[in-house]
Design a protein around this ligand. Structure first.
Ligand SMILES: NC(=O)c1ccc[n+]([C@@H]2O[C@H](COP(=O)([O-])OP(=O)(O)OC[C@H]3O[C@@H](n4cnc5c(N)ncnc54)[C@H](O)[C@@H]3O)[C@@H](O)[C@H]2O)c1
Length: 403
């Protein structure tokens, strides 16, 4: 089905980006925000971004003018009798989202699909106050929405397959790559990516390597575009920490998701990454330099662990130079792969969608489950079991997929 008439609630970072995207693809967009100032800024920003596309030859002036004319702003949820799809992108608070969905139910035809762009709340809980929750789905865009290719389309328990299809088709019509995921903490990307960040933080905390060394290993050995610390600095340590804390809480405090005290301390100190000029790196000079030191500890791997780490590294296609590098790389990649395995085993998404999500949502060089196939499930499980022997909280216990 073609969705031609949509509403976007909330005109902040995400709402403005989604409105820009949909209007450029021919949709009439009712863009609604409580704040007239936010609405004016959103339209001005969208106009600027269209102008940049015109300059770069990606859009004609006529198309840009037509797209901006398709965006209608309003300060209230009303006049939505003919919308087919609504995407809610207001602040991440359940009470606010409940109120917005209650208004949406009154203001839209019963056939309209109501989607939330929430990153960390349960879609099912947001739908609780809607009398027909089969209309409610998640459409999780990534920032910046006009640029990032992935949309996670979330099916809550009560979402109808027809509603999910509407979200899926709309994302596709807007040039996005949609994947389907169940309504579980962190969906796919924000859950599987925890391994990348949290394992890197644990290695730093254990004194195995410094932030620049860990970043370099992940870029050279893993071909990741950015290392975990530079990426956390870019995303914002506060934002990244909040995602870890929320997934940890909703996963009943499982040790795999425990936020790290080093990150907490930096957030408390206001070192939030690039946006404050300092995070894991200091950005005040010409080139970033590590701002977070490492209390280096000597470590010795058991012969069995060294052997497994070497096999894991070789089979993953990474260079084998340096025992510390192999160890850092294997621990981080194994943590990512294990979480992807848990997500698969728990039915969050199929393996193709998990891999696509990690490649398109966070630019991973390979899908973690395809990588696991290349390495061999036995080798993946071997590294995880050996790692699990070093801790008491079972955080590295291999996912059922690998055993
Ligand atoms: N920023 C990201 O990187 C990102 C990525 C994916 C998903 N999300 C999710 O998208 C949603 C929006 O995030 P954001 O970063 O765009 O937030 P934001 O703070 O930039 O924008 C939120 C907007 O909602 C408006 N608003 C608040 N209550 C409202 C109401 N009752 N009616 C209408 N408008 C209302 C505010 O005025 C504000 O302009 C959140 O659920 C967030 O979790 C954010």
């Amino acid at each position: 089905m073609n969705t031609n008439n949509i509403a976007v609630i909330g005109a902040g970072t995400m709402g403005a980006g989604i409105a820009q995207l949909a209007a450029a693809h021919g949709c009439t967009v009712h863009l609604i925000d409580l704040s007239a100032e936010v609405l004016a800024k959103a339209v001005a920003d969208i106009r600027k971004r269209y102008a940049r596309s015109v300059e770069k030859g990606r859009m004609s002036t006529e198309d840009a003018d037509a797209a901006i004319a398709r965006i209608r702003t309003s300060g209230a949820i009303a006049g939505l009798d003919d919308v087919e799809l609504v995407i809610e992108a207001v602040v991440e608070r359940l009470d606010v989202k409940h109120a917005v969905f209650a208004s949406l139910e009154k203001a839209t035809p019963p056939s309209a699909v109501l989607a939330t762009n929430t990153s960390s709340l349960s879609v099912g809980r947001i739908a609780e106050r809607v009398s027909d929750p089969s209309r409610v789905i998640g459409m999780h865009f990534f920032n910046p929405a006009p640029v990032m290719p992935l949309v996670e389309v979330i099916a809550a328990k009560e979402s109808s397959p027809e509603s999910v299809s509407v979200g899926f088709d709309a994302a596709r019509a807007w040039g996005k790559v949609p994947v389907c995921a169940k309504d579980t903490p962190g969906f796919i990307v924000n859950r599987v990516a925890r391994g990348f960040y949290l394992e890197a933080l644990r290695l730093l905390g254990e004194g195995v390597a410094g932030v620049d060394e860990i970043d370099l290993v992940m870029r050279t050995h893993g071909k990741f575009r950015m290392g975990p610390f530079e990426l956390m600095d870019l995303v914002g340590l506060d934002v990244n920490y909040a995602v870890s804390a929320s997934v940890h809480e909703r996963m009943d405090g499982h040790a795999r998701f425990a936020p790290h005290p080093i990150q907490r301390a930096l957030v408390d100190a206001g070192s939030l990454g690039r946006k404050t000029g300092r995070g894991f790196y200091d950005y005040s000079g010409e080139a970033p330099i590590p701002a977070q030191g490492v209390d280096r500890q000597s470590f010795e791997l058991t012969p069995l662990l060294s052997e497994t780490v070497l096999a894991f590294t070789v089979r993953s296609g990474a260079p084998t130079a340096g025992a510390t590098e192999q160890y850092v790389f294997s621990r981080i990649l194994a943590a990512i792969i294990n979480e992807a395995g848990f997500a698969y085993s728990q039915g969050v998404a199929d393996s193709a969608d998990i891999d696509t999500a990690m490649q398109k949502g966070t630019n991973y060089p390979k899908g973690p489950l395809a990588w696991a196939d290349e390495i061999g499930h036995e080798t993946v499980a071997g590294v995880l079991r050996r790692m699990n022997e070093m801790v008491t909280d079972g955080r590295y216990a291999p996912a059922p997929l690998f055993v």
